[in-house]
Each structure stands twice: as structure tokens, then as C-alpha cells.
Design a protein around this ligand. Structure first.
Ligand code: FES
Ligand code: FES
Length: 200
């Protein structure tokens, strides 16, 4: 498991001196934006620093580095987390999605498109975290009203104050999602309608 040099930690106790050996780096596997990667990381490396400094995925931003602004939000196994508060080794074997992985075949994710259409940013520094957090919110499925969305997004600070536009963008993406689900539902219960809609 451990590779590279060993870091020695000496701890004074009343009785004697205890020496503990810790690995200076550990091998982990992460699937990042659909690409499986084997990585050698130091135990104290945060997921945020791994993404930005080691993998050059600088779309994920560092704001406070203390879990208070949400700029570093990414999706891990589909759930939104603050990557500045997460050690990379804690997520060994997980799937990580960052803002760089959302567009598919050149098409923006509906939330990315909605942010553009609603002008939901000014400087853009908080935007990757806002979008990843909103995807997590939609997957959780708890927030439906404007107040619930605001509450559920309260961990993502926008210092430019683009909150009304961010809310409008999320609501548009949620409506889009409901529409896609409704059409899929109709097709599954009515194959004739499905055939007509595909081949009018
Ligand atoms: S940088 Fe992670 S919450 Fe602010
Ligand atoms: S757009 Fe500037 S901090 Fe949100």
C-alpha cells in the first residue's frame, strides 16, 4: 500500500518515546470525469488540491479552504461535497465529477446552459461550485419551491450577489428535467405514442 519514503512521528508519553511510522504517500484509484486514474497521494492532500494542483482541473475553485463558501463543490458518487474538506484518500475507489466533466459530446449540461441564459454569474468564480451543487440538489430531490432551493443552496456563496439569477437558472433546469422525465414516462406506458413521436 505505502510507497515512497516513510515519515516518522515521535510522540512523547510519560513512560517513554513512541515512534509511529506513517506512509508519505498512498496509492488510490479515482474515476474522474469518467476516466479511471491511479494516483499516488500524500495522506494530507485534499481532494481539491489533488484536482487543481496534481491533475490541472482548475475549474473547481478554492475560496475559503475551510468549508464555508462552496466554491470547491464537486460531485462524489453523485453527491455534492466540499472538496476542500475532504482528504483524497477518503474517496479511494469513488467516482468524481467536476465542472470539466459535465458537457457531453460538445453539448452543455442543461444547468450550464441555464446559467448562461439567465446570466447567473458576474465574475464566475463561484459558478462551477454553484452548478455542481445544483446538480446534487436536483439528484437529492428534496427542494422544489424557491425557498427550499435557496435554503439547499445556502452553502454556496456568491460574492457578486447573482442569487436571483442562479435561482432562476436552477428552476429552469428543474423544469427541463421534469419535462424529460414526463416524456420518458409517456413513452414507457404508450409505445404507440413513442413510435409516433420518434417517427411522426
Ligand atoms: S473552498 Fe471549500 S468551502 Fe470554500
Ligand atoms: S459570480 Fe462572482 S462570486 Fe458568484
Amino acid at each position: 500500500m505505502a510507497a515512497g519514503a516513510i515519515m516518522r512521528v515521535e510522540q512523547n508519553t510519560q513512560a517513554n518515546t513512541q515512534t509511529v511510522s506513517l506512509p508519505s504517500s498512498t496509492k488510490i484509484t479515482l474515476t474522474i470525469n469518467g476516466v479511471r486514474r491511479e494516483l499516488q497521494v500524500e495522506p494530507w492532500t485534499t481532494l481539491l488540491d489533488l484536482l487543481r494542483l496534481n491533475l490541472d482541473l482548475t475549474g473547481t475553485k478554492k475560496g475559503c479552504d475551510h468549508g464555508q463558501c462552496g466554491a470547491c463543490t464537486v460531485l462524489v458518487d453523485g453527491k455534492r461535497i466540499n472538496s476542500c474538506m475532504t482528504l483524497a484518500i477518503m474517496k479511494d475507489g469513488s467516482e468524481v465529477m467536476t465542472i470539466e466533466g459535465l458537457a457531453q459530446n460538445g453539448a452543455l449540461h442543461p444547468l450550464q446552459q441555464a446559467f448562461i441564459e439567465h446570466d447567473a454569474f458576474q465574475c464566475g468564480y463561484c459558478t462551477p461550485g454553484q452548478i455542481c451543487s445544483a446538480i446534487g440538489l436536483m439528484r437529492e430531490g428534496h427542494a422544489t419551491t424557491a425557498d427550499e432551493i435557496r435554503e439547499s443552496m445556502s452553502g454556496n456563496i456568491c460574492r457578486c450577489g447573482a442569487y436571483p439569477n442562479i435561482l432562476a437558472a436552477i428552476q429552469q433546469a428543474m423544469a427541463h428535467r421534469r419535462n424529460v422525465d414526463r416524456v420518458a414516462g409517456e413513452r414507457s406506458v404508450n409505445p404507440i405514442a413513442n413510435e409516433r413521436s420518434v417517427n411522426p
